[in-house]
Design a protein around this ligand. Sequence first.
Ligand SMILES: [Fe+2]
Length: 292
Amino acid sequence: MNNKIEALGTSTGKILYSSDCQNILDLSVAETMELFKSSGVILFRSFEVTPKQMKDFSEQFSYKYIRDFTKVSIDDDIFVNFVDSENEINSLLPHCEYSFSPFRPDVIWFCCTVPAEQGGETLFWDGVRVWEELSEQSKQLFLSKQLKFYRNNVPVDILKGLAGSDANTIDDIKKILDNLNGVSYQVNDDKTVSIEYTCSAVIQSKYTHQKAFANHFWVYQKRTEEAIFEDGSRASDEVAKEIETIFDKLTEEIHWQAGDLVMIDNWRFLHGRRAFNDKRRQVFTTLSNLKF
Ligand SMILES: [Fe+2]
């Protein structure tokens, strides 16, 4: 690959620049895969990527897409979405996409056509570094207690979108759920499904095989009063303070430019966003599972 590559902040992530108005679809797929495996985050800059090109480019690496019903889509397949709803301009806490469910996508793709004049940076944190920074006591806590997420009355259509094209009927969904680790569920009379999902906060990163604190813990800890651990408990204020300090220390930023594309390893990195106040901001996303 003859493209210029720079470090993205102080992370393992990289900025890959186009050379001579190169089309993103002309990049070597094999070399991009290798770069992604080692870096975990790639910002493709000055390729002038459109949402349609984001989808076309991602198809070279993906075998499955995950529908996000919480967002407004812009394509017929309902796979490419606006990141921000009309009123959603607040900051977003560190999280891995859909990691409260058994349908966590491998990668989250973002592209930007109009950056906010101020703010709106996408943020990311390396779950491997977060784990390394945690005290031994907190590591023990997260290794010994599983996280538990409960969703009541999830419409079947949403589950179909998450589970993929093999899921056409409620029986297909049941078959898929029956084969997933940590899932217990109940099909309700109104054809919705209530799901309990238990998982560890600490996962093995897919490519570097290191422990990573890459999960949905922080959103639940900060935004709800609910129990977060399987045994009905929550993390103490002391643990929360420790984690907040680590996130503050390890925050990395993507300062969007029009035409940027980003791919983030959702099995290692958490992402979030700074608040903004600019209705013109246009950032799009798609979620997929990788074939490598
Ligand atoms: Fe997200």
